[in-house]
Write a protein that binds this ligand. Structure first.
Ligand SMILES: [Zn+2]
Length: 89
């Protein structure tokens, strides 16, 4: 079972109990939370496209994901796919 990660407000360090708005300082994390959820969906889509050998769509989705939430660990995959998609066939 995955450990439960307790989220804290980045402004005041208050615990965020299943809410996107800090109850202490009012900082709203709903946009960041939505982007995080979208990034998870897009990463699953990238894996699905790779599984089906659809490198063009995998790269498009990965580029979109990286604009949404930059993940340095995915940069080498991005470079590899760019090479794969752009090379002459
Ligand atoms: Zn706060």
């Amino acid at each position: 079972m995955a450990p439960v990660v307790e989220k804290k407000c980045r402004v005041c360090r208050n615990r965020l109990h299943n809410t996107s708005v800090c109850t202490r300082c009012g900082t709203d994390y709903s946009l960041a939370d939505a982007a995080e959820a979208q990034a998870v969906v897009q990463l699953a889509q990238v894996a699905s496209y790779l599984y089906r050998n659809n490198h063009v769509q995998a790269l498009r989705t990965l580029d979109s994901l990286q604009r949404l939430k930059k993940n340095p660990a995915l940069e080498s995959l991005q470079q590899y796919l760019r090479y794969f998609v752009l090379r002459p066939h």
